[in-house]
Design a binder for this molecule. Structure first.
Ligand code: GLN
Length: 354
């Protein structure tokens, strides 16, 4: 067991130093299994689910429709920086909604646990990621940062007086999570920018409810850019491992966010990372995760590492089908479910517990 005291780090950020929720210690337990075991289990999961052809590729963003449905990659990165990959783990695709988890972390780092909760909320909507009804049912509150409305509000809260400054903050921050500069997929960006009427409507509706403090169209444009950043499953595994490692990138050793920000980000991923399927996901996998409509899923085993999959065939909620199966299987075989416990051995007869 590794115990880390966060007290000294709190002093680095006055917004957090005054927040009692961020004054607790941090505990990580356990490790990933041995190298050979992880790579064998990865191979098994890939072979088992590569033949699953259920689901369809997203086509409401025209350029996503061109994705090859047969692609399938899995990558795991431990907090010690060791990584394991199989299949199309280096294939680049647009990060889409997975960006929401990292934008949340970066903005939470900048403005603090309590402010983001008050501005956006941390409860699941139970409705699709682009739901207008969810806003109307909740007095214009996005409810959580893992749906489009919540992600739009998070962008308004990002540091920077101009759209360019906010975008620079987000692109540089996400690149630090990945350990190298993440670039924009210009085709995906232009394709989504030409068709994202619904997101522009969500931003305008948020504005009408007084929840959008920055220009709605500029905010939607930054959101579209962040969704168009190119990543691979290998990148996402490193980004997840950074969240698993108290905010330190295990490859570059750079501190990207504070451990308390990882804790908060993982909490919202656990409750809302797979939209209205988040309950099913947590029940089956027992780990925080975040999916995107291009077919990626990032999963975090706190204190142990990050796992990521890429396969563009989606369920009706917009979550990769092979990805969900593969990660459920790996969570079980690698022993990662955070809710699983084994009973403490009974004391030997005649011994006294203190
Ligand atoms: N850019 C996409 C959208 O706004 C992201 C959605 C997703 O990945 N679920 O529709």
């Amino acid at each position: 067991m590794v115990s880390r005291d966060s007290g000294d780090l709190d002093l680095l950020n006055p917004a957090r130093a005054t927040d009692p929720a961020d004054r607790t210690g941090f505990t990580s337990t356990g490790h990933l299994p041995a190298r050979g075991t992880v790579s064998g289990l990865l191979r098994d999961a890939h072979a088992t689910y590569a033949t699953l052809d259920d689901g369809t590729v997203a086509d409401y963003i025209p350029s996503l429709a061109a994705a090859d449905p047969s692609r399938f990659g899995i990558s795991v990165c431990g907090v010690d920086g060791t990584s394991f990959s199989i299949g199309d783990a280096q294939e680049a695709f647009s990060i889409q909604s997975i960006s929401k988890a990292f934008t949340f972390a970066l903005v939470c780092e900048a403005i603090g646990h309590t402010t983001v909760r008050e501005a956006v909320g941390v409860n699941n909507t139970g409705l699709p990621f682009d739901s207008v009804m969810a806003l109307e049912l909740n007095g214009g509150s996005p409810r959580n940062p893992m749906v489009n409305a919540g992600a739009l509000v998070m962008i308004t809260l990002a540091p920077g007086d101009s759209a360019a400054a906010k975008w620079q903050f987000l692109q540089e921050g996400m690149s630090r999570f990945a350990g190298h500069r993440l670039l924009l997929d210009v085709d995906v960006y232009e394709s989504e920018a030409a068709t994202n009427h619904r997101n522009r409507a969500l931003a305008a509706l948020l504005r009408s409810y007084g929840h959008m403090s920055y220009d709605p169209l500029l905010t939607t444009d930054i959101y579209t850019r962040q969704c168009s950043l190119l990543v691979s499953a290998m990148d996402l595994a490193v980004m997840g491992a950074t969240l698993a490692d108290g905010g330190v990138n295990p490859l570059t050793h750079e501190r990207v966010v504070h451990p308390s920000v990882c804790r908060d980000t993982l909490a919202v991923m656990a409750t809302s990372g797979l939209y209205q399927r988040s309950g099913d996901w947590l029940y089956e996998v027992g780990l925080p995760g975040k999916s995107g409509v291009s077919g990626g899923i990032v999963t975090v085993a706190p204190g142990k590492g990050g796992m990521a999959t890429y396969s563009p065939r989606l369920d009706p909620a917009g979550n990769s089908i092979r990805g969900q199966h593969a990660i459920r299987s790996l969570s079980r075989s690698l022993g990662l479910n955070v809710f699983a416990s084994a009973p403490e051995p009974a004391p030997a007869p005649g011994t006294q517990t203190p």
